[in-house]
Design a protein around this ligand. Structure first.
Ligand code: AMP
Ligand code: ZN
Length: 507
């Protein structure tokens, strides 16, 4: 059975084949590092992670690249040529206040006026969250997660090429613009026509801006601006690049091809960002296509509205994991499961009930895994993807990542109580290469890092030992105090023949 993915470019489900046999080159638009990423962002990022893991289990060698946008993102970049204030500059101002009021951890960010430090601060936070949530690519930083600011020269090269071949020009304000009229396919991805764009942006873009460009839909490639917080010399004056050019450049540079297999992002990126990426990349390469498959995740909603930084209705990963949202710590596997378990082309509503259901599912998988590991002493049978439950599980995913179908197959199989533990363990391990929840691939590594970093993660073992010691000394008040401390942190505390044991509640 072949793999089929819905392609936003052709608006139809198509058989997926890669350009080079068994190799997939995939690019995902990454975070803008002017704030902590929220769980809506992570819905899109984990969707990309799911595609990658699924294709790897299918036998593809996947190279995945995701950028860090640390320049060029403006507050009004829903308009094709950006405009407004630089989001990094705003973040720097905000962090300065946070630093004064003690919200920034001691030792971090000694100079909030330095936009590079601000970007690194939020990049580190992103990587931390992404690793906790099992995003494979987060363990490939910086190799596959480039910063836009490290590729300014490459952007200038592409801009020069676009000017040379007639796709870009210097506007009346000396900025460099892409001429949408020079690219016949402009609008194909988003379904916009040049006329619609002319009318659509007429009301929103300042008249003064209009007179600088040939067409209202023309978008910014380079902006000369001496006063900008991040600026570089260029043949078109000292300034900064437009937002869209970075992805065309980094995809080409890091994936090493003009045409790639898959490009992902959230649905809001279809226009203008991805439309502009196609125009730039094809305009530069002269090829018909940039990404063969464009795949977009629908939004995560909160009470029917898109979760977004600008609306302020967002939850960060750290808020959810540390219990700030539900009043209870949430295990990263549970949040991961919750964010991947509904189909990427349907909106998803974030609710506490959903999280609890996910906790139940993850607990089931964790318990089954522990039981099978114990029964088999970790010795799994040799099976391949034709093993019945795996064939069905992957079969569902081959149908445009039908995750609910795949999970249905999984839990029906678990309920049927598979009788060969060695085969069952092998099957569960394959499933877990895709889901990465029970156990999470890098969980041990991350936990030991947290312990050794001496962060506020407290020592559970020492607290349990403390309870036992207090009891021996008949200091029951002390024992109670320590138990409450563990319970408040989301641990279930019980007695066992080996003494006090504390287990983390999943949600
Ligand atoms: P940003 O950091 O704003 O550039 O966004 C990073 C990624 O998150 C992009 O692919 C966005 O499309 C995606 N995104 C933003 N908000 C949501 C949301 N509420 N649900 C799903 N994806 C989102
Ligand atoms: Zn992008």
């Amino acid at each position: 059975m072949s793999i089929r993915f819905y392609n936003s470019l052709t608006k139809s489900s198509e058989e997926f084949t890669s350009l080079e046999p068994n190799v997939v080159r995939m690019y995902s638009c990454g975070p803008t590092v002017y704030d902590f990423a929220h769980i809506g962002n992570f819905r899109s990022f984990l969707f990309a992670d799911l595609i990658r893991r699924f294709l790897e289990v299918e036998g593809y060698d996947v190279t995945h690249v995701m950028n860090i946008t640390d320049v060029g993102h403006m507050t009004e970049d829903h308009l094709a040529d950006g405009g407004g204030e630089d989001k990094m500059e705003l973040a720097a101002k905000r962090l300065k206040e946070d630093k004064k009021s003690g919200k920034v951890p001691e030792g971090a960010l000694d100079n909030p006026d330095d936009p590079y430090q601000v970007a690194q601060y939020f990049t580190d936070a992103f990587l931390d969250d992404a690793r906790k949530l099992g995003m494979k690519i987060a363990f490939e930083y910086p190799e596959h997660i480039p910063h836009a600011t490290n590729h300014i020269e490459d952007m200038q090269e592409m801009i020069a090429e676009l000017i040379k071949n007639g796709h870009a020009y210097i506007g009346n304000d000396q900025a460099v613009y892409y001429s949408v009229e020079s690219f016949p396919n402009y609008g194909k991805l988003s379904g916009n026509s040049l006329d619609q764009l002319r009318e659509g942006s007429g009301g929103r873009v300042e008249e003064a801006d209009q007179s600088n460009k040939k067409h209202p839909g023309d978008f910014l490639l380079w902006k000369p601006d001496q006063s900008h917080i991040m600026k570089w010399d260029s043949p078109w004056g000292t300034g900064y690049p437009g937002w869209h050019i970075e992805c065309s450049v980094m995809a080409k540079k890091l994936l090493g091809r003009d045409v790639i297999d898959i490009h992902t992002g959230g649905e809001d990126l279809i226009f203008p960002h991805h439309e502009c990426e196609i125009a730039q990349s094809c305009g530069c390469s002269g090829k018909e296509s940039f990404a063969r498959f464009w795949m977009h995740a629908r939004f995560l909603l909160v009470e029917g509205e898109k979760m977004s930084k600008s609306k302020g209705n967002f939850y960060t990963v750290r808020d959810v994991l540390s219990g700030k949202v539900t009043g209870r710590d949430v295990h990263p596997a549970v949040l991961r499961y919750e964010l991947i378990r509904s189909h990427y082309r349907s909106n998803m509503n974030f609710t506490e009930k959903g999280l609890r259901d996910s906790a139940g599912a993850v607990r089931k998988l964790t318990e089954l895994n522990a039981k099978l590991e114990a029964q088999t002493k970790g010795e799994a049978a040799e099976i391949d993807n034709s093993y019945p439950v795996i064939a069905e599980f992957l079969g569902a995913l081959r149908d445009d990542l039908n995750i609910s179908g795949a999970l249905g197959v999984l839990f029906t199989w678990i309920s049927s109580k598979p009788d060969n533990p060695h085969e069952a363990l092998a099957a569960l391990r394959i499933v877990n290469r895709v889901l990465d929840v029970a156990p999470m691939e890098h969980a041990a590594e991350l936990e030991s890092k947290e312990e050794s970093s001496g962060s506020d993660a407290f020592d559970v073992k020492a607290l349990c030992q403390g309870i036992d010691d207090a009891r021996t000394n008949k200091d029951y008040a002390k024992a109670d105090e320590l138990r409450t401390k563990l319970q408040d942190a989301g641990y279930e505390v019980r007695n066992s023949p080996e003494g006090t044991v504390a287990t983390k509640q999943l949600a």
